[in-house]
Structure formats: structure tokens, C-alpha cells
Write a protein that binds this ligand. Structure first.
Ligand SMILES: C[S@@+](CC[C@H](N)C(=O)[O-])C[C@H]1O[C@@H](n2cnc3c(N)ncnc32)[C@H](O)[C@@H]1O
Length: 245
């Protein structure tokens, strides 16, 4: 049974359905039994200049995250975009449930249109009406005050692929807390960050935010996550794996 606030947040952006969010990259014909690629404009919105880069980053996350999964994995993907990490988990035998959150209605609508049916409805994408100067200037709630519309304690693996690279420090601290609240005691969190702050331990804007590794680990500790492993470079960012404290 789907948690009602998640379902509500998944349905809300359908009122803003656009032709773009219903389309796909038609220059790459796909089997009727496979998920097509998103239109180039949506790939661009999640930082991929072209299909090759989109699939390269997807592949890197599939390998790095995929090896961490255990039987009965319930994934919460924060800043899920148009499913670049999600498509890596779509047919992973351990993934029983997946909820992706994003603030861009087109990305949420596209993912629900194409990835949800292909997952036999195990995957669901929900909208956060949250403000970001870069991604959602009109959003209603500040990221530092956002609450995730997900069932507390339900998830055991959190994905944050190039999300904290777009969150200022107060927002990052809140998102780490929200993620911990969503998770069970045996959960893990895999995040990628930029690690070159300008003149201190953290810097930047929603366009690009950077943290030193140590500072991000401190922020995570404040939210109930302990560093489990430094996984090194992942598609041009730094990957850190945390366990619930
Ligand atoms: C660089 S893209 C990465 C998307 C996806 N994780 C991927 O790997 O393709 C950053 C994503 O984070 C989303 N985002 C930005 N700020 C956010 C926020 N405050 N809350 C949730 N999602 C956010 C954007 O809409 C965008 O989809």
C-alpha cells in the first residue's frame, strides 16, 4: 500500500503535465519493452549534455550503488531528476520499492510516465514544492524547511546523486535529517558531492555547492549518519557512503 502523502505528492504535478514531459528522445528508437531516453531538454536539466553522458553516469551509479544493495532494498532517491539513477535500479532483483523526490514537475511527470509502468508500479516519483534559485524559483517552501512526504522509517537505502551539489549548507543539513527520518536503523546513504569550496569548509549556491569531505561528514553526523566509506571519484564528483547511526 502506498503511503498517502507520497501518492498525493506524486499526483500533484500531473496538473502541470506538458508535451515535453510526455515525450522522449525519438532519435533513439527503443524497444516497446524498454524505457526510452528522456528528451534532450530534460537530460540537459539534470546536467547531461547528451545521451552518451546520461548513460555513462547512469552506468557509473549502477555499478557503485548496485554493489551496496541487499535483499529487500527500499530506495529513497532525493533529487531523482528524470531517472538517471532510477533506471539503473529498475530491474535490480533486490529493489522492492523506490521513491524518487524532485522539485521540477516535468522531471517527476516524465519519470512517472515512463519509469513507473516499467517497474510494475514499484517505482513512484513525488514532487516537492520547494524553492531553488536554479531549479524551481517559484517553489513554495524553502529547502531548509522542507519536509519529505514519505513514510518515516520505511527506507533502507538513500541515493543523492548530484543533489548536495545544489544545496546550500542549511538546506543540506535539513535534507540529511529528512533522509534519516525516512529510514530504518540499518539504512545506508550514498551521496555525491563537490569537494572544492572557495575559502572555507563550504561554499556556493544552488547552481553549484561545494563541501570539504570533513565538513560534509560533520553535517551528516549532525543528522544521524556516520561515514561508512569514502568511495572516491564518481562521474566527476566525490562519493561518500554513510550508515544510520
Ligand atoms: C544535477 S541534477 C541530478 C539529477 C539526478 N539525481 C541524476 O543523477 O540524474 C539535480 C537534481 O536535483 C533536483 N533538485 C535541486 N534542488 C532540489 C531540492 N531542493 N530538493 C529536491 N530536488 C532538488 C533538480 O531538480 C535536479 O533534478
Amino acid at each position: 500500500m502506498i503511503y498517502q502523502p507520497t501518492l498525493d505528492a506524486a499526483l500533484q504535478p500531473s496538473a502541470q503535465m506538458t508535451p515535453l514531459a510526455a515525450s522522449f528522445a525519438w532519435i533513439y528508437p527503443m524497444s516497446a519493452a524498454a524505457v526510452p531516453l528522456p528528451p534532450l531538454e530534460l537530460m540537459n536539466r539534470v546536467g547531461a549534455p547528451d545521451a552518451a553522458n546520461f548513460l555513462y553516469v547512469c552506468d557509473q551509479w549502477a555499478q557503485v550503488a548496485g554493489r551496496q544493495l541487499k535483499a529487500n532494498t527500499r530506495i529513497l532517491d532525493i533529487g531523482a531528476g528524470c531517472g538517471k539513477p532510477a533506471r539503473a535500479f529498475l530491474h535490480h532483483p533486490y529493489v522492492v520499492e523506490y521513491v524518487g523526490l524532485d522539485i521540477d514537475p516535468d522531471l517527476v511527470n516524465w519519470s512517472n510516465a515512463y519509469l513507473r509502468p516499467a517497474s510494475s508500479k514499484r517505482f513512484l516519483f513525488a514532487w516537492l514544492n520547494v524553492q531553488s534559485d536554479t531549479y524551481a524559483p517559484q517553489g513554495a517552501v524553502r529547502a531548509e524547511d522542507a519536509e519529505f512526504p514519505v513514510q518515516p522509517g520505511n527506507f533502507n537505502f538513500v541515493v543523492a546523486a548530484s543533489l548536495f551539489t545544489h544545496l546550500t549548507e542549511a538546506a543540506a543539513a535539513n535534507y540529511l535529517k529528512q533522509a534519516r527520518r525516512a529510514c530504518s536503523a540499518d539504512a545506508q546513504l550514498l551521496a555525491s558531492i563537490h569537494i572544492e569550496p572557495v575559502g572555507g569548509t563550504a561554499s556556493g549556491t544552488t547552481n553549484r555547492a561545494d563541501y570539504t569531505r570533513d565538513h560534509f561528514v560533520r553535517l551528516a553526523a549532525g543528522a544521524g549518519w556516520v561515514l561508512a566509506a569514502l568511495l572516491g571519484e564518481l562521474a566527476g564528483q566525490e562519493a561518500l557512503l554513510f550508515s544510520a547511526a
